[in-house]
Design a protein around this ligand. Sequence first.
Ligand code: HEM
Length: 218
Amino acid sequence: MSSAAADAASTSKSSPFFRSRLGSALALMPLGVWTVVHLWNNLSAFRGGKQWQAAVTEHSHGAAELVGSFIVFAPLLIHTFWGFSRMRKTKMNVGRYGFFANYKFLLQRLSALGVLGFLGAHVWKAKLEPRIMHGHAETFADISKQMHHHLPTLLVYLLGTLGVAYHLANGIHTFTMSWGLVSSRRALKQMEIVAYIAFIILLAMSWGTIYALWRAGA
Ligand code: HEM
């Protein structure tokens, strides 16, 4: 049996429906949707500092920013706890069965740990530190300078967003399987193609923004 199938069986036996489904549902809505919107907004880096600042760091009202942050961070926390519990409950079997699907299952978990590390660093450096230490939101000048002149920052953003792109794109595929939205062999194959396309789009948006910031920081 593949990891994914064994996994689906263990979910339905060992955890109540609501608990096992909530962490999965929140991963797509609002987390996945928010991620896409965030990447889209960041693409305004191509249009210059003012536009980037307006799209990414400015909010119409302080309360709107607070509510927005809650809508993202609460589901992220719930999804992270759910993710760790899934890691504990499910077993890897790539050693015995080297199916491509089993490697993707392993990569989903490795990328989860990478995304967790990246989000910790990103939220601190881009959101909290500028506000707490300097009393203002991240500026275009600062982030683009860092991207161009500080190699570790560039590498963390390249690898972190690679992890996010894989985790979310492959997650769309596993989500449709775990919710029973697709089941026939043909539909599963089509969803796999959708996941590849999603991966390429998410990566292009991320690395495109990183390139625009890197260029502006020269
Ligand atoms: C931007 C942040 C994140 C997004 C958008 C996201 C999105 C997703 C999506 C859509 C799925 C598929 C859900 C399903 O198959 O039902 C998923 C699965 C998963 N996520 Fe995340 N995730 C994020 C962060 C994290 C973090 C920080 C962890 C840390 C533990 C994590 C752990 C997992 C695990 C372990 C799975 C696989 C569960 C399974 O197949 O049993 N995710 N994620």
